[in-house]
Design a protein around this ligand. Structure first.
Ligand code: ACO
Length: 342
């Protein structure tokens, strides 16, 4: 059986920087830089301009990942697109990306494109799925993307500040490829606990209702504020994130017969610097083995880990031969862990 390894990484964030102070000055939110930094570690985030969706950000990240792998888009056997902010209810962002990559015209390959709806852990669900596809021989190269345009759906007012100050736009992509070399993804595991589905959610509509949204006589739908904007019990998320991420890491080490000390680099989901610092303290992980981007990008949800991979590789922090642990937790609740020999 072949091994599955990451042959290329790429990341992209839109150019507009929105600092914590910009939330006050530009959007009129009653918040301050100190409050946000102290509780989350976030200094700034990126917002995409109107007209740009997650598949546009994903395109840039995917092109960079293909270039770093030395591959063409036509080499891809499957697209897995993780996002909680797809352009539309349907079809998913994966097919939009396939078209933008030129895979649907001329001598097109018409490869499959699948969306993954697992929020913060979506990329690791994708990495696990891609690994299995490659190891089974179904595909030689799978493009796994995490991309979000949160800025379109944030309540950028004082009422929405608890959620709006946390999130930013961005995309990360990797190519998972087959190899005969003794390297690659050694372990992956995903988990879910739907008892907490309402703790962090953005419902928008409810298909149990008839019709699924209230439609007025003018034909326009009306959506209640608590349905439009993301709802979050931040303290519950914090508590469960710490617990699940620590447990996931211990389980991964036990399953692969390694110690925490054997891991060279930890790529934690970037929801909150305090969550990650707490986990690092509990697990005795030294700061030099961690990489962050939450300070610059906020929480880019499905994009955090592939963006970290791309940046760490570019900066020389992530090198062949390193043992890498990835771990994420988020809405659902869902979570994922992976151990890789880079
Ligand atoms: N600026 C100023 N004040 C604010 C802001 C803000 N941006 N946001 C909330 N507040 C206020 C609240 O309105 C509240 O005021 P009140 O006491 O007058 O009602 C006060 O601050 C305390 O609010 P809490 O929500 O209790 O603040 P807390 O200390 O719990 O911190 C936070 C909130 C930072 C969200 C924290 O709970 C947290 O980090 N939780 C983890 C959640 C997370 O990271 N989610 C990301 C998505 S999930 C994922 O990716 C894992």
């Amino acid at each position: 059986m072949k091994n599955a390894y990451i042959s290329g990484t790429g990341g992209y964030v839109p150019p507009q920087v929105v600092t914590n102070q910009d939330l006050v000055d530009v959007y009129g939110i009653d918040t301050d830089d100190e409050w946000i930094q102290k509780r989350t570690g976030i200094k700034a985030r990126r917002f995409a301009p109107e007209g740009i969706g997650p598949s546009d950000l994903a395109l840039e990240a995917a092109k960079a990942a293909l270039e770093s792998a030395g591959l063409q888009a036509t080499d891809i056997g499957m697209i897995l697109f993780a996002t909680l902010s797809p352009e539309h209810a349907f079809p998913g962002s994966g097919v939009l990306l396939a078209e933008k990559l030129g895979l649907c015209d001329g001598k097109a390959t018409f490869v499959g494109a699948m969306d993954i709806r697992n929020q913060c852990s979506g990329f690791l669900y994708g990495l696990g799925t891609a690994t299995s596809m490659v190891k089974s021989g179904a595909c030689n190269h799978v493009l796994v993307v995490g991309a979000e345009v949160h800025s379109a759906a944030l309540d950028l007012s004082t009422e929405g500040r608890a959620v709006a100050s946390l999130f930013g736009d961005g995309a990360g992509a990797v190519i998972v490829s087959a190899t005969d070399e003794d390297r690659g993804v050694r372990y992956w595991k995903c988990g879910a606990d739907g008892r907490f589905a309402d703790v962090l959610c953005q419902k928008v509509w409810d298909t149990r209702k008839r019709p699924f949204m209230d439609v007025g006589e003018d034909g326009y739908a009306r959506v209640a504020p608590e349905m439009i904007w993301a709802q979050m019990d931040g303290r519950q998320v914090f508590r469960h994130a710490v617990e699940r991420m620590c447990l996931g890491l211990m389980e991964a080490c036990a399953a692969t017969d390694i110690l925490g000390d054997d891991i060279d680099l930890f790529l934690f989901h970037q929801a909150n610097m305090r969550i990650n610092q707490y986990i690092a303290k509990q697990m005795a992980i030294p700061e030099e083995k961690l990489v962050h981007n939450i300070d610059r990008y906020g929480n880019t949800t499905a994009a955090t880990i592939p963006l970290l991979m791309a940046e760490a590789e570019r900066d020389g922090r992530l090198k062949p031969g390193m043992k890498v642990a990835c771990i994420a937790f988020g809405s659902g609740f869902t979570w994922g862990t992976a151990i890789l020999d880079w």
